[in-house]
Design a binder for this molecule. Structure first.
Ligand SMILES: *[C@@H]1O[C@H](CO)[C@@H](O)[C@H](O)[C@H]1NC(C)=O
Ligand SMILES: *[C@@H]1O[C@H](CO)[C@@H](O)[C@H](O)[C@H]1NC(C)=O
Ligand SMILES: *[C@@H]1O[C@H](CO)[C@@H](O)[C@H](O)[C@H]1NC(C)=O
Ligand SMILES: *[C@@H]1O[C@H](CO)[C@@H](O)[C@H](O)[C@H]1NC(C)=O
Ligand SMILES: *[C@@H]1O[C@H](CO)[C@@H](O)[C@H](O)[C@H]1NC(C)=O
Ligand SMILES: *[C@@H]1O[C@H](CO)[C@@H](O)[C@H](O)[C@H]1NC(C)=O
Length: 351
């Protein structure tokens, strides 16, 4: 009898402990997401350093322009200062350098800015290009008058397990829907002018996936695809699945317009409703399990040769960013950086 009471007390204690742990984790989880939301919406700076918003960028708002290039920086800034690391800046510079006739927009979801640019040599290097523009965007306003307006207001996005990453996923389709042009990830080096490529394209990453690191959508045919992507997001958004809302979206849309799930067949067809799925070598020649090949000198020749016919080099920062790289390293990434982002290289000691 006594033993049994002791036991059930123990059980109660454990149950209580478990419950407490659950409640605590829940509070921490909710708070974390609340922070992400706040960092996008609630922090404003009264000292005039905030970037102008997209809505104030007359160049962007006035016309739909196929010669737009978009980058989105969706990380949380709690100090309101524009930051980019050398690799991100290299992506932006290479896009602007290889496409002087295009306008390159770097859009921040956190309200960031700077008083003056003299303390940020990397940002100065970028802003020395007349076709690079930095703007802040307010998510609610950005989605207004699009199929995602109501969804964005519902704040479903902030329940995601990967808010920053999923915000970036959503914005790429939204920007192309609103303005048309080309979306690029911040962990690429652009190796070619987009003018030399058929319009309306994305790159195959494997036999099963079309990836979303570069997507070009132009003209009415492209807008139709953008519309399908945005509507796929509305229907299939899943905050618990990392890949579902980026590559998942363009892959499902390609399956529909190409009438096959076989990515090799999509590539062979070359034209699904005026949309082109490019072969793996075009954009993801070095796939993520091999990302180390960008950063080790024994792979220099192999890597450069495999990128010879590529439009971009995608360097998989999610897997590779932890290793700082000296600017004098004799590796493929630095070799490309010196050619395609010389101004960022000139002010960077490490990448
Ligand atoms: C973002 O836009 C919404 C809707 O217009 C507005 O209520 C909100 O105050 C804006 N947030 C910021 C930080 O400007
Ligand atoms: C701009 O930078 C210079 C040099 O660091 C500094 O002296 C000046 O106070 C800054 N201006 C503002 C408005 O912060
Ligand atoms: C859009 O561009 C593609 C590729 O250049 C072209 O084949 C297609 O006819 C165009 N579609 C429209 C509706 O203009
Ligand atoms: C995909 O299509 C290619 C080319 O038609 C074919 O060789 C391959 O076996 C197909 N793969 C699958 C999984 O069906
Ligand atoms: C790489 O290529 C260069 C010139 O193309 C050659 O001199 C060098 O020996 C090659 N290195 C390796 C490790 O193959
Ligand atoms: C790329 O290919 C061209 C020929 O198409 C060749 O001349 C050049 O050496 C190649 N470059 C590298 C780095 O392999």
């Amino acid at each position: 009898m006594f033993l049994r009471i002791l036991n059930s007390n123990n059980i109660r204690k454990r149950l209580f402990g478990g419950l407490l742990l659950f409640v605590l984790s829940f509070i921490i989880y909710v708070n974390f997401n609340q922070n992400v939301k706040n960092c996008y919406f609630d922090i404003t700076w009264k000292d005039g350093r905030t970037l102008r918003s997209v809505a104030e960028n007359s160049r962007l708002e006035s016309v739909v322009n196929p010669k737009n290039i978009f980058f989105h920086e969706t990380s949380c800034s709690l100090d309101g200062i524009v930051k980019m690391n050398s690799r991100q800046a290299c992506a932006v510079e290479s896009a602007a350098l290889m496409n002087p006739g295009h306008q390159v927009y770097v859009l921040f979801t956190s309200q960031v800015g700077f008083r003056n640019t003299t303390q940020l040599p990397i940002i100065d290097a970028l802003l020395s290009y007349p076709n690079i523009h930095f703007n802040y965007l307010n998510l609610t306003q950005y989605a207004a008058h699009t199929p995602l307006a109501k969804w964005m207001k519902s704040q479903e996005l902030f329940k995601s397990h990967y808010v920053n990453s999923h915000t970036s996923d959503i914005l790429r389709y939204l920007s192309l829907w609103k303005y048309s042009g080309t979306y690029l990830d911040l962990d690429v080096v652009v190796l070619k002018s987009f003018d030399s490529i058929n319009t309306n394209f994305a790159g195959a990453e494997s036999n099963n996936f079309v990836a979303a690191g570069i997507i070009n959508l132009e003209n009415d045919s492209g807008h139709k695809i953008a519309d399908m992507c945005v509507k796929d997001l509305l229907k299939n958004f899943n905050g618990a699945d990392w890949g579902n809302n980026g590559p998942g979206v363009i892959t499902r849309v390609c399956q529909e317009i190409c009438h096959t799930k076989n990515v090799s067949e999509m590539i062979t067809m070359n034209n699904c409703e005026n949309f082109h799925v490019l072969p793996i070598e075009s954009c993801y020649s070095i796939r993520w399990p091999e990302h180390i090949k960008f950063f080790k000198k024994e792979f220099l020749n192999e890597t450069l040769q495999r990128l010879n016919h590529s439009i971009i080099a995608h360097v998989w920062n999610k897997h590779s960013a932890a290793t700082p790289l000296n600017v004098n390293s004799n590796v493929a990434y630095i070799n490309l950086a010196k050619r395609y982002c010389p101004k960022v290289v000139a002010v960077s000691e490490f990448f």
